[in-house]
Ligand binder design. Sequence first.
Ligand SMILES: [Zn+2]
Length: 485
Amino acid sequence: MCEFVYSNGRKCRLKPLEGSKYCPLHVPYDEGERIAGDEIRNIKEETFRRRIREGQTYYEGVYLYSATVEDLKAAKPLVFKNSHVRELIVINPDLPSITLYGTTVERLIIVGGVVNTIFIKNSRVFGLSLVNVNFRESLHIRDSTVRYLMITGVQYRGEREKEAETGSEEEYGERGPIKGKLEISNLREVRRIGINSDYPLVRRILQENNLKGIRRRSVRVGQLVMRNVEFDTAPRFRRQVRVSVSDFSGILTMENMDIFGHVEISNSRIRLPEFVHVRIRSNLAIRSSHLHSDRVWNMTVLPNLPLELTVEGFMIIENCTFSTPGMEELFYRLARTSWEKSGDFERADQYYYLEMLARRKVKTLVKRKGVRRIAQLVELGFEWLFADVICKYGTDWKRPILIWLIAVNVIFPVLFYATHSVSGVGGTIKNLLEAEYFSVVTATTLGYGDYHPVGIGRVFASIEALFGMFMWAVFLTVFARKYMR
Ligand SMILES: [Zn+2]
């Protein structure tokens, strides 16, 4: 009998390998190689395959090179405890749970199938990939060392969260349990976390295992939580650290993370994005995504966002939509300040403009009553015309010049000419050129006196004089702001 003793005191009942006191599954790598040479790989693989066929799903203290579990349907969870596996591939499982505890795995790949839970704890995994797995309850990857964590096409297939269940707690800013949780917490030495990121290694492994036909699909979970994740501090890998989230749909929570590299979020529908004590040493890019919040989030999470999220590099927000303008304003503000810090005022201005647009939307949403509503609308109308249309909130100096040139050289001359409202020494002006001359003289408030407006022309001339001076002031201010710091 094999000498291995399970943690519950039971002894392993398999026949030991010839020349060893352990069975082929429990014999350590070096001892097995000494006894059987390279053949030990096949012996171990054969034994494992037989045990799986015979219905054993609990493995403790085993040493395996390559273990593939295909189309396993069982009522008991598949467990690896205190084991060593070089490569563990689980294809199309139909299991209540897959659990790894205290286990060292170089490559762990779970492809397709459906499970209630996946639970990985106190383990060491070099590359962990979950591909197109459907789950009914939750996924937890905890207290482990994982270098590369790739989650692709994983979807929650449990019952939908009922709104009413969380209702009572909402007043206090606390949410009820969220179903379909994907939790990544207390990990160490992480180099990369990829949610639907294109990862060559995964593709190669899928090809090697004839799983090329796997359809690309989005990751849909109730909530993705990344908490207390520590990244690889080795100088060589520090700069490679990445967190990328793509084609993701669900609540996103990041907590207590110091990320040396980039964070990228793209093509996603992020609900209630929450960053608690998150520091990104490089850039944060959010592209083609929709960010959705609710009332509680707006009151509790939004005000703290600038304190909780630190981006030391740039923050890029491209083609994004936001469910509330308050949220939009704050994200653009964060982006603007990140570019200001780096000294790129051109980019900072682009975000400043977007920030101001969002702020105007916020103001529009504040509903006042009666006269105050009218005053509010007038104020917003003025802001729109003088700040936005004329100079894009002071970020565009070409616009006032262009508007000035068109108004003074085309619009006003035509008005004066068409209404015959300018008179000179020889009577009313006869051609557009004279009208144009008068227009320029008026706009620049030169006023030589050789022509003067009559009738309706006096109104036009007054407006033009004010307009000319105002636009000139706007141009100087915007130009100076842009180029004379
Ligand atoms: Zn044994």
